[in-house]
Structure formats: C-alpha cells, structure tokens
Write a protein that binds this ligand. Structure first.
Ligand code: C2E
Ligand code: MG
Ligand code: MG
Ligand code: MG
Length: 285
C-alpha cells in the first residue's frame, strides 16, 4: 500500500513538472516568435540633472506588445527570458534598437543625451557581446561615451571573471556602467571598487518612503554619502513627488528619474516631451 501511495505521489509530481515544463516551452516559443515578428518595443524614461535642470539621459525599458494580452512590462517576460537564455537575442535586439534611436535623437539635435541600457548577467557570458557592440557603435556612428549599461547588484556580486573582464573591455571603449537597484542586494564595497562603475542608482523602494518616514530619508542620505565617498555619481529612481526631489537635491544626488519627470515613453512621445522641455529651458533663459 505504501508503495502504491509512493508511486502515486511520484506520478502526480511528474505530471506537475511536465505540465509546467510544457508551459515554459510554450512561453519561450511565444517570445521567440514575438522577437521575430517585431512585437517588442522600447520605451524611454528621461533622467533629469538636478544641477542644470536639463534632461541628460534616457533609460531604455523593454515592453512586449502582445497580440492578445496587450502591452506587457518586462517583469512579465524578462525572468523567463533569462532562464531560457532568450535574454541573449532579446538583449541584442534591445541594444540595436536603443542605438538606432539614440542616433536619430543625436542627429535631431538632442546631441548630448546618454542612453542607459539594462544588461542581464547572461548577456555578459556571451562571447558576441563585445564584437556586436563594436559593430553597432560603428554602424550608428555613436561615441561609446554616450552609452551606459545598468547592472543589478546581484549580477555584479556574482564576481564572475567573465563579467569583470567584459566590463573592463567595454570600459576601455568608453562605455559607462551603473549599479542598478542599489540597496536591494548585498554589495561588497571592496569588490565594487575593483569594477569600472561610475554611477549608483538608488532603488525606488528607498525613495518611496522618503518624505513619509524620516528613517528612510536618513538612509537615502547615507547612501548618497556613501556613493560620493566611493567617487560615484547618484541617480535616484522612482521619484514621484517634489518633496522627494527636494530632499534628494539637498542630499547631493546628481540625477533623478521617475514619474515626476516623466513615465517611460515610446520614441514619438519622447520627441514631443524633449521639444517641449527644450522650449521651456529656452524660455527660462
Ligand atoms: P529598472 O531597471 O530598475 O527600471 C526601473 C523601473 O521602475 C521601470 O519598470 C520603470 O518603469 C519603473 N519606474 C520608473 N519611474 C517610476 C516611478 O516614479 N515610480 C514607480 N513606481 N516606478 C517607476 P519596468 O519598465 O517595469 O522595468 C522593470 C525592470 O525590468 C527594470 O528595472 C529592469 O531591471 C528590467 N528591464 C527592463 N528592460 C530591460 C531590458 O531591456 N533588459 C533587461 N535585461 N532587463 C530589463
Ligand atoms: Mg535599470
Ligand atoms: Mg532600478
Ligand atoms: Mg528594478
């Protein structure tokens, strides 16, 4: 009887596993088709420089315009893409599209905009990263100094030799690196200082509580101080209120990003936003 029960448990388990495996395979197939059919899009979120009051950069954020499910955010498919390895071709698509759009923005007169692109750990393990990037930079005639790659703390803290050497090689080209979602992982500052990182992005979860809870805002102040001691600039993410912005300014953060400035926008809407912003800046002088 015990044996039968065991067998049964095993069958049940096996079925569960193959069912979820099947649906993962389905999801992968669907994402692969989406890439081929051009269902992915990039939205761009502006970054405001607090000193100049100007938009100095953009972050590229991927979306999937799913034929049935509508516009999907990255949280709905990036984890699956990372697990399956699809993040590699997806990531190349993102880089190519972001560089194409940066070229047209630069040519259109917004010629001192930086472009920040999120990179997953897996992308660094791909031997084609460096040659592909070199080719795209050449094709688009973009100075690599305008490019920034955002890496999460968890990716950086895996201390892979490959990641480290790829970062140094890209750094030689002039590409910048930022540490994304700072405060949510476990950074070793010794390790951090051995990497060519120049910017630290304070995670939005810290910014969210700032004006409401004094403890939170002290924490953010300490993070900004820490970044400056490490000679890193600070970008605060998820800034939604003027109170948050003013506190961040007091603390000495260099840049802010968040709904207060703008939501991530499709290129056409971003162009409107940028021309209105330039007009406003012109009028203010
Ligand atoms: P992230 O890089 O930390 O991006 C910031 C996220 O905060 C974005 O979510 C953005 O839309 C959202 N956000 C911006 N301002 C505000 C605000 O004021 N309030 C709030 N509550 N949220 C704000 P999104 O677009 O859903 O992206 C989620 C994550 O997906 C990103 O986090 C990034 O880690 C990942 N991701 C996005 N695009 C790519 C990509 O092309 N490649 C890779 N590997 N990951 C990506
Ligand atoms: Mg990011
Ligand atoms: Mg972040
Ligand atoms: Mg995040």
């Amino acid at each position: 009887q015990a044996k039968a029960a065991q067998g049964c448990t095993w069958c049940f388990y096996d079925e569960q596993v193959s069912r979820s495996a099947r649906s993962l395979a389905d999801q992968e197939g669907e994402l692969r088709r989406a890439l081929r059919r051009g269902e992915l899009e990039l939205h761009y979120q502006p970054r405001l420089c607090l000193e100049s009051g100007r938009i100095v950069g953009l972050e590229a954020l991927v979306r999937w315009l799913h034929p049935e499910r509508g516009l999907l955010g990255p949280d709905a498919f990036i984890p699956m893409a990372e697990e399956s390895g699809l993040i590699v071709p997806l990531g190349y698509w993102v880089i190519a599209r972001a560089l194409r759009d940066l070229q047209s923005l630069h040519e259109g007169g917004a010629d001192s905009l930086h472009m920040a692109i999120n990179l997953s750990f897996r992308q660094f393990q791909d031997s084609q990263l460096l040659p592909t990037l070199n080719r795209l930079i050449e094709e688009r005639g973009i100075d690599p100094h305008w490019l920034e790659f955002e890496l999460t703390e968890t990716a950086v803290m895996r201390r892979s030799e490959q990641v480290q050497s790829a970062m140094h090689a890209l750094g030689e080209l002039g590409v910048r690196f930022s540490l994304d979602d700072f405060g949510t992982g476990f950074s070793s500052f010794v390790h951090l200082s051995s990497l060519p990182i120049t910017l630290l992005k304070i995670d939005k979860s810290f910014v969210a509580g700032m004006a409401v809870r004094p403890g939170k805002s002290q924490l953010v102040q300490a993070m900004v101080g820490l970044a400056h001691n490490l000679d890193l600039d600070v970008v605060a993410e998820g800034v939604e209120t003027t109170e948050q912005l003013e506190l961040l300014r007091q603390f000495g953060a260099q840049q802010v990003q968040g709904y207060l400035v703008s939501q991530p926008l499709p290129l056409a809407e971003l162009l409107h936003f940028m021309s209105a912003e330039r007009l406003a800046a012109g009028l203010a002088h």
